[in-house]
Ligand binder design. Structure first.
Ligand code: PEP
Ligand code: MN
Length: 347
C-alpha cells in the first residue's frame, strides 16, 4: 500500500500516517519526492485495509501496489516518465534518441572523431567509458578524470549529450560533474550503496540490467534510486548470460514490453553488449526499436579493430550510418521517430 500525501502535507501529518501504519503492525517507509511525499507500507503479505488512513489529515490518496517495487511501478504512476538528460534529449516520449560512441574513451583524437561521426549520422548522445569495469585487472581500466574531460570537450564541440559509467561513489560525483547522465553498469546493478549515492546526486541515471538479474530485480534496483529522491532513471536491457557461447549474452527483447507493462520508466536497448557480435548488432537494434525501446545505446568506433575494449561488438561508422536509416524506418512504422541530433553549439 502507498499513502500519497498532499503536496502541502506537513511533517506532523506524515509522522501521524507513519504511526498509524505502525499501529497496524506494519513498517512505514517514507519516500520524499520532488512534489510530494509518499509513505509505503511494507511487511504485509497481501492487501491491507487502509480505509481509515485515507481520511487522515494531509493524505491525498491511498494506492494498493501489488509489486515489491513501489515508486517505479505503473500502479504508482500510470503515465510514462520522460527523462531529459540534456535540453532536447529525452527518453520516454515519441522520439527515440540514440546514444553512440566507443566502449572506452582512449584519446582526444579517438573520442572527437567518434563524436563527430555519430553526430553526423544522427545520434543524440555520446557514450564512452572513462571508468571501465573489466573482467581482468590487467585490461585497460579507462582514462579516469582525463577521459571525462575529453568527453566534455566532445560535447562542447558537437552539442551531443554525454552518458558515461561510474563504478563507485567518487566516480559518481565526478561523472555527475562532467557528464549529463550517470551510467550504472550491469556489474553494479545491485550495488545498493552506489544506487543510493546516484539517487542523491540528482543527475539522470542509465541503469543497466545485471547479467543475471530478473526484471523484478532490475525494477527493485531502480526503486533504490527513486527512493533516494531521484526520479530520472532510464532502464537498459543489455542481455543476460545464457548457456550458448555463440553470442556474448542473450539479448532479451521481451524485457522491453515487459518493463513497459510493469513500470512507467523508459527503457533503452544495448544490442552491442546484448549480442556481443558486430555482425548481429544492427538486427537486434532494429528488433529493439520494433519492440518499443525508448532509445538505443550502440558501440561505434572510427577503427573498431584497434579499439581498446569491446572491438568485436563495435560497429564501423558506415554500419552505424546505415543502421540509423533503418531504425528511422522502423520507428516510423510504429508511430515514433528517431530523435534528431541536438543543435550544434553556437561558436
Ligand atoms: C559498457 O557500456 O561499456 C559496459 C561495460 O556495459 P555493461 O555494464 O552492460 O557490461
Ligand atoms: Mn563495452
Amino acid at each position: 500500500m502507498l499513502v500519497v500525501m498532499q503536496s502541502d502535507a506537513t511533517q506532523g501529518q506524515i509522522d501521524a500516517v507513519c504511526d498509524a501504519i505502525r499501529d497496524m503492525g506494519f513498517q512505514p517507509v517514507p519516500m520524499p519526492g520532488a512534489q510530494r511525499t509518499a509513505v509505503g507500507l511494507i511487511g504485509n503479505d497481501g492487501q491491507v485495509d487502509g480505509s481509515h488512513i485515507s481520511g487522515m489529515a494531509g493524505v491525498g490518496q491511498v494506492l494498493y501496489v501489488s509489486k515489491p517495487y513501489k515508486q517505479v511501478s505503473r500502479e504508482w504512476r500510470p503515465e510514462n516518465t520522460v527523462v531529459e538528460i540534456a535540453p532536447g534529449v529525452a527518453f520516454g516520449g515519441a522520439a527515440v534518441p540514440v546514444i553512440a560512441g566507443p566502449c572506452s574513451v582512449e584519446s582526444e583524437a579517438q573520442i572527437l572523431a567518434s563524436a563527430r561521426a555519430v553526430r553526423a549520422a544522427g545520434a543524440s548522445a555520446l557514450r564512452g567509458g572513462a571508468f571501465k569495469p573489466r573482467s581482468s585487472p590487467y585490461s585497460f581500466q579507462g582514462m579516469g578524470l582525463e577521459g571525462l574531460k575529453l568527453l566534455a570537450k566532445a560535447r562542447e564541440e558537437t552539442g551531443l549529450a554525454v552518458v558515461t559509467e561510474a563504478m563507485d561513489e567518487e566516480g559518481a560525483h565526478l561523472v555527475a560533474e562532467w557528464a549529463d547522465c550517470v551510467q550504472i553498469g550491469a556489474r553494479n546493478m545491485q550495488n545498493f550503496s552506489l544506487l543510493k549515492v546516484v539517487g542523491r546526486l540528482g543527475k539522470p541515471v542509465l541503469l543497466k540490467r545485471g547479467m543475471s538479474a530478473t526484471i523484478q530485480e532490475l525494477l527493485l534496483a531502480a526503486e533504490y534510486v527513486l527512493a533516494a529522491g531521484n526520479p530520472n532513471v532510464i532502464l537498459c536491457e543489455r542481455g543476460v548470460r545464457g548457456f550458448d557461447t555463440a553470442t556474448r549474452n542473450l539479448f532479451d527483447v521481451s524485457a522491453i514490453p515487459l518493463v513497459h507493462k510493469l513500470s512507467h520508466l523508459p527503457i533503452v536497448a544495448d544490442p552491442s553488449h546484448g549480442v556481443g557480435v558486430r555482425e548481429h548488432v544492427p538486427s537486434m537494434a532494429r528488433a529493439a526499436v520494433a519492440a518499443g525501446a525508448d532509445g538505443l545505446i550502440i558501440e561505434v568506433h572510427p577503427n573498431p579493430d584497434r579499439a581498446m575494449s569491446d572491438g568485436a561488438q563495435t560497429l564501423f561508422v558506415e554500419q552505424f550510418e546505415r543502421l540509423m536509416g533503418e531504425v528511422g524506418t522502423i520507428a516510423a512504422a510504429i508511430g515514433r521517430s528517431v530523435a534528431p541530433a541536438p543543435p550544434a553549439p553556437q561558436r
